[in-house]
Design a protein around this ligand. Sequence first.
Ligand code: GLN
Length: 486
Amino acid sequence: MPELFHQPVAALADQLAAKKLSAVELMQAVIARTEAVESRVKAFNSFDAADALARARASDERRAAGQSRGPLDGIPVGLKDVISVAGQPLTASSKMLANFVSPYDATVTRKLKEAGAVCWGRLNLDEFAMGSSTENSAFKTTSNPWDLARVPGGSSGGSAAALAAGEACATLGSDTGGSIRQPAAFCNVVGMKPSYGLVSRYGLIAYASSLDQIGPFGRTVEDAAIVLGAIAGHDPLDSTSFKTEIPDYRAELSKRRGPWKLGVPKEYFGAGLDPEVGAAVQAAIDYYRKLGCEIKEVSLPHTQYAIATYYIIATAECSSNLARFDGIRYGHRSAKANDAIDIYFHSRAEGFGAEVKRRIILGTYVLSSGYYDAYYLRAQKVRTLIRQDFLNAYREVDAILTPTSPVPAFKIGEKSDPLAMYLLDIYTIGVNLAGLPGASIPCGFTRGGLPIGLQIIGRPFQEADLLAIAHAYEQGHAWHTQHPKL
Ligand code: GLN
């Protein structure tokens, strides 16, 4: 049996239910582990051990009274530091919000609490979720637990690294262009971005509202299914939240057995794909064939425009969303300021980091009169074509298999050019532009010992199928049982 802090939620829940383990013991083990490794991993912006232990104690009391709330009751779940937890800091890893405390719970936080989970810690990210490495955090760069000199991915790098390092039992991230799936791939954990509208965004600090979704990280597909089941569902507080039946994702894992028709998009296996990543993903595709699945080549012909389209739409939306951080309504207020214009100017100059400023400027430009039609409007049209590509493919296949990232985790400091960093999002951003569900699951390691992720992209709101397809692969492999040596 692995150490407590490396066990899946499903296994921990069984021990809690059988009273072989208490929530307080589990929380203590996770706190001790965090204290032992956090100085090297640097996944947390903050954590509140006293609050977590009090909530674990309450979970034990519920269980003793026969009122357990299910598999998440007493499980420490870490939250990316853009998801509100009442009374806890909420920084978005930005100086702008360095001293901000959430006045209320996000809907996902409320739902986790209702399921009995112990919300544990505020996890590091690229400032305002803009980036792919956590290097854009104003506070610290998180290290990849598999190689501390490398990035954990981003922007939810803290969420992936904390889970991989045993500093939480599951975590939540947000995914606007890959920010759950890419760090999951880099850190050998499961990460899932739900369909747009499945999970409420209420209480999530907005980056690009038409793309943002909150989703789970887990050690196994089953764990991701458990957490997704807890956070999914319609919410009147988010006007883009979708009314749909939420199946029991966990129970469906073993009920849906395929064989499935799986598509492999030729545009996702071209130049820039690391050969070791390509080989691992090819081996995963071959495994599905052995399971009896039909593998079909499909085409997503507008893939080549996805990066440009995403970086127009995402920056346009961010320039609007981040306007509220002006030193008056929200955020850091400069001491240098004398009048209102000065307050805006100095507060935003001091509060935002370089990447956030770059995107606000880009986004303001593509929305400005005279350029709006050429950039923003055209990008919206191409976005429709990209979605149509996927829907065309889904006439023939049930899901699509691709690499999650063209490369494994890179060295901290290695990608200094912003464009080089943007190009790494090539396989994940189409999913957000099309509003689809996508998951990354562990599918191997490079010769140098770095994790590799397989991306599975599903039909809109068919998360149950997507998770069952991922589970079928996981059942035949042991990659996810490997842990970094820290
Ligand atoms: N890397 C992408 C970006 O920088 C995606 C980030 C995200 O999904 N939050 O915008």
